[in-house]
Design a protein around this ligand. Structure first.
Ligand code: FRU
Length: 424
C-alpha cells in the first residue's frame, strides 16, 4: 500500500507532517497558549443574526486594510429565529442552542463596517439571494485589489458539493458608511481532485474549503491556502512510522486514527488575476492526528512563514487530544519543512473550564487574534450555557522564532487596520 506522502510524488515538494508525537506535546491550560476566560456577560453584535467566522478585508500581502478610514469585516452569518415555531421547545422557550447548531446549513456572507476597528455596524449581505450557486456560503477571504475599491471575495460554495469560488465586486464609502456593489457573478475555481485531496465520493465527511489567497513575499507569485483531507477512500490511509513520529514506549498503538486525515492544501495561480489555479500537494498533513485543519492562513514575519490553522477537540484521532483553538507551524520557505510552534503546534486554545468559549481564530500580522464566541458556561457545573454568535475579545500574541506567547487582551471584535487606502 502506498504511504500517504508517496501519493504526492517527488516534486515539487513533500508535505510536512504534524505527527502524533508532536500532538502528544499539546497541553490545555498552559497560560502562554490559552485564551483568557470569556465572561458570560459578553455583548452581542446583533439580536437579529448570529455571526461566526470573521474575515477582515485585507490586501494580497496579508495587511488588514481600511478604506477611506472605514474598517470592513465579512462574517459568516445566519438569522436568529427567536419566534420561529421550529425553534420553540415544549415549554414555549426559544431553543437558541438548536438554532445556533443549525446555522451552517444557512450560512451567508455579510459585511460590517466601523470607524474604530470595533463597534461594528451591519452593512448587509454581500451577494443578493440567488447569486451564489449553492445553499451555503462558507468561509473565505475578501481581498482589496486596488485604489478603485475592487474586491475579490474568495469563498466556499457548499451543498451540493464544495467548490472554491470567487466573486468580484467593489467597496464604496460615504461619510456615513460603506456599501458593497457588484458581487453578481460567481466564478467556480476548483474542487477536490481525489488524487491529492479527498472527494465527497471518497468520504462523505470530507473537508474542502476556506480559501486564503496570498502573494508570496519571496517569489511574488499568487498562491492560495485551503482546508482539505488527504485523498483516498475513507479508512484506507496508513498511520505508519512517519505519521506516528518519535513516541515513547507504549504509545505505538494508533487505534482507529486512520480516519483522521486533515491537510492544509495549496494552489498556485497560472494567471495574474487568480482566475486559473493549479492544485499542488498539501503543505502539511495530519493523518492519524486530526481530521480538520480549517481556515489555514499565514503571517509572514522575520523572513519566516508562520502557518496557522484552527482545529477542534472532537476532530482529534484516538490517543491524542487538544483544545479547540488555533495551531501553528513555521518554515523558512513556503514549501517547508514546517515544524510545530511551541513543539506541539498549539498557539491559542480554549481553557478546559470553558472548552467551547471561542473558535475560528484568525491571527493577523500585527499579532492580534480575532475569534467568535461559541458558548460560555453560566453556572459552575457548566450545564447551563450562553450561546454567543458574536465577536470574542481580541487576544494579542507575540511570535518569537518557534514560540508564541499570549501577551494582551483587547476589546470584543477589535480588528484595527494596518493600513488605510484612499479610494480614487
Ligand atoms: C469554521 C468553519 C469553516 C467553514 C465554516 C462553516 O468555523 O467550519 O471551516 O467554512 O465554519 O460554517
Amino acid at each position: 500500500m502506498k504511504s500517504n506522502t508517496e501519493k504526492f510524488g517527488k516534486t515539487p515538494h513533500q508535505p510536512s507532517l504534524w505527527t502524533r508525537a508532536d500532538a502528544l506535546k499539546v497541553h490545555a491550560d498552559d497560560p502562554t497558549t490559552t485564551q483568557p476566560l470569556v465572561s458570560a456577560d459578553f455583548p452581542v453584535l446583533s439580536n437579529e443574526v448570529f455571526i461566526w467566522d470573521t474575515m477582515p478585508l485585507r490586501d494580497l500581502d496579508g495587511n488588514i486594510t481600511s478604506v477611506d478610514g472605514w474598517s470592513v469585516i465579512f462574517t459568516l452569518t445566519a438569522d436568529r429565529h427567536p419566534n420561529d415555531p421550529q425553534y420553540i421547545d415544549e415549554n414555549g422557550n426559544y431553543d437558541i442552542t438548536r438554532d445556533w447548531n443549525d446555522r451552517h446549513g444557512r450560512a451567508k456572507m455579510y459585511y460590517w463596517f466601523s470607524r474604530t476597528g470595533k463597534d461594528w455596524e451591519l452593512g448587509g449581505r454581500v451577494m443578493a439571494e440567488g447569486v451564489s450557486p449553492t445553499a451555503r456560503e462558507w468561509a473565505g477571504t475578501p481581498i482589496l485589489l486596488n485604489e478603485q475599491g475592487e474586491v475579490d471575495l474568495y469563498y466556499t460554495a457548499v451543498t451540493p458539493g464544495a467548490t472554491i469560488v470567487k466573486v468580484r465586486g467593489r467597496v464604496v464609502t460615504t461619510e456615513h458608511g460603506v456599501s458593497m456593489v457588484g458581487f453578481e457573478k460567481v466564478k467556480p475555481l476548483f474542487e477536490a481532485d481525489g488524487k491529492m485531496y479527498q472527494t465527497e465520493a471518497q468520504n462523505p465527511f470530507w473537508g474542502f474549503r476556506d480559501p486564503w489567497p496570498f502573494r508570496d513575499p519571496n517569489d511574488g507569485k499568487l498562491y492560495m491556502l485551503f482546508e482539505g483531507n488527504v485523498a483516498g477512500e475513507r479508512g484506507s490511509h496508513t498511520v505508519g512510522k512517519a505519521e506516528i513520529g518519535d513516541v515513547p514506549p507504549g504509545y505505538e498503538d494508533v487505534g482507529n486514527s486512520r480516519f483522521q486525515t486533515a491537510c492544509v492544501g495549496i494552489a498556485v495561480a497560472r494567471d495574474e488575476d487568480g482566475d486559473d489555479w493549479e492544485m499542488l500537494p498539501p503543505l502539511l498533513t495530519a493523518v492519524g492526528v486530526n481530521d480538520q485543519t480549517e481556515r489555514p492562513h499565514f503571517v509572514f514575519q522575520d523572513g519566516k512563514y508562520y502557518l496557522f490553522t484552527i482545529s477542534h477537540t472532537f476532530t482529534y484521532a484516538d490517543g491524542v487530544t487538544g483544545p479547540d483553538g488555533v495551531y501553528g507551524f513555521v518554515a523558512d520557505s513556503l514549501f517547508g519543512p514546517y515544524v510545530p510552534l511551541n513543539g506541539s503546534g498549539l498557539v491559542l486554545g480554549n481553557p478546559s473550564s470553558q472548552p467551547f468559549q471561542t473558535y475560528s481564530h484568525c491571527v493577523m500580522p500585527n499579532g492580534l487574534v480575532t475569534s467568535f464566541i461559541d458558548s460560555v458556561p453560566t453556572d459552575e457545573s457548566g450545564t447551563q450555557i450562553r450561546i454567543g454568535g458574536t465577536e470574542a475579545p481580541t487576544v494579542g500574541i507575540k511570535i518569537k522564532g518557534q514560540q508564541t506567547f499570549v501577551v494582551a487582551e483587547y476589546d470584543y471584535g477589535y480588528i484595527p487596520p494596518m493600513l488605510d487606502v484612499t479610494l480614487k
